[in-house]
Design a binder for this molecule. Structure first.
Ligand SMILES: Nc1ncnc2c1ncn2[C@@H]1O[C@H](COP(=O)(O)OP(=O)(O)O)[C@@H](O)[C@H]1O
Ligand SMILES: [Mg+2]
Length: 255
């Protein structure tokens, strides 16, 4: 299987504190790979290395086979064009309409006409189950779930090979959270894009992931399929998954 991301013994020191300690993992093409862990465990920090915003203090990070520490600014731009990033707070531009948010990259970086960008935005919005009537709305007119969908449409606008979702269900009610979960899975089917999902939503991680990595205070404590994680012997992981175990028993998924 082709490796899209390979993290090798990554250590990160910030202000005299080690926030990532010997983190290693691979993400394979087409996979949905989740990183779960409590607040401050280092989940977002890992993604900052993958998009080349941060450089490892020690260790290596390869994305699409390239060492991110060795990329020129132009290569880094190219890398980022191939990664869609869905920010935790949706991070839409409040003063821009929905279609301008989704088509932002093309309005800024290409000579495409407004009509073309609008059409492209609509194509992407349809992939996240939104329709024409949202094109001219302002972000403030959208519900939390719709904002999230628009920010996903923006992230996939450039047809990235990898999409990173940072806490895609945080701040959403349980029903909307499951809608976003199903959307992440359906987008993988439709676009064949590899996905990394950072979350502390256990239900979400267990229902959408091919593999899960459990992080605690900057260290990897376990990694495997949802079934493997549910059977983990690690006391921390056991406690962490206890909240979903009962819910999953109801769905005949728990061992
Ligand atoms: N820019 C920064 N400067 C200093 N410390 C940071 C910075 N970013 C993150 N940290 C620290 O690194 C740790 C991991 O943060 P983060 O990766 O954001 O965790 P998570 O996404 O799992 O909640 C936290 O203790 C956080 O305070
Ligand atoms: Mg975070």
């Amino acid at each position: 299987m082709k490796e899209i991301v390979k993290v090798e013994n990554l250590w990160k020191e910030i202000e005299g504190r080690w926030i990532l300690k010997d983190v290693s993992f691979e993400v394979y093409e087409g996979e949905i790979f989740s990183i779960i862990g409590g607040s401050g465990s280092g989940k977002t920090s890992i993604t900052k290395h993958i998009v080349g915003l941060w450089k490892p203090t020690r260790g290596k990070v390869f994305v699409f086979g390239k060492d991110i520490s060795k990329l020129s600014p132009i290569e880094l731009d190219d890398l980022r064009k191939n990664i869609g990033y869905v920010f935790q707070e949706s991070a839409l531009f409040d003063s821009l309409k929905v279609w301008e948010n989704v088509g932002f990259y093309f309005l800024e970086h290409t000579k495409m006409s407004k009509e073309e960008v609008r059409r492209l935005a609509l194509d992407k919005l349809r992939l996240v189950n939104l329709e024409e009537e949202v094109l001219d709305l302002m972000p403030s007119e959208l519900s939390g779930g719709m904002r999230k969908r628009v920010s996903i449409a923006r992230a996939i606008a450039t047809d990235p090979k990898l999409i990173i979702y940072d806490e895609p269900t945080s701040g959403l009610d349980p029903i909307t959270s499951r809608v976003i979960d199903r959307l992440i899975v359906s987008l993988r089917e439709k676009t064949k894009t590899t996905a990394i999902v950072v979350t502390h939503d256990m239900m979400s991680a267990f229902s959408i992931s091919d593999r899960i990595m459990v992080l605690r205070k900057g260290e990897v404590v376990d990694m495997g399929t949802p079934e493997e994680i549910l059977r983990s012997k690690d006391p921390f992981v056991k406690e962490f998954v206890s909240e979903v175990r009962e819910l999953l028993v109801g769905q005949d998924k728990a061992p």
